[in-house]
Design a protein around this ligand. Structure first.
Ligand code: ZN
Length: 134
């Protein structure tokens, strides 16, 4: 079995994954209180409004926390070790679990500036992050 595990978009998360397939990062924004929301939800976690619009975001982020998986956390990721499991803080506020690619994991540090990129996987694409050269 090859290829990474893939999500099964729900009616709520489908716009997120469709945007990723176009290599665009979108998040929900509450029309009632302005909260930017991630992960995709049916109601705003700030005010419980269901008026959530999908809006494009910058893709700029900061490495909030990370660990390096030196043993695969899933058998279909065995060919990727070592890989980074990262919590990135998007400039718009929400934190997202993702990975950092294109850098030696030993060179990473909390606080590094990142920018989103996308890895195609069939009909889907995963948001991943790359270190922004300083
Ligand atoms: Zn709200």
């Amino acid at each position: 079995m090859t290829g990474r595990p893939t999500p099964h978009p729900s009616p709520v998360s489908r716009p997120f994954w469709e945007a990723c397939a176009r290599h665009e990062l979108v998040l929900q924004r509450c029309a009632a209180c302005g909260t930017t929301v991630f992960y995709p939800r049916s109601v705003c976690p700030g005010c419980l409004s269901d008026r959530l619009d999908w809006v494009p975001v910058s893709g700029d982020a900061t490495l909030y926390s990370y660990t390096v998986a030196r043993r695969a956390t899933h058998r279909r990721l065995a060919d990727r070790v070592p890989y980074v499991i990262a919590i990135v803080e998007l400039d718009e506020g929400p934190r997202m679990t993702s990975t950092v690619v294109g850098s030696d994991p030993d060179d990473l540090a909390v606080g590094l500036r990142l920018r989103v990129d996308f890895e195609d996987a069939g009909d889907l694409a995963f948001p991943v992050f790359r270190v922004v050269a300083s």
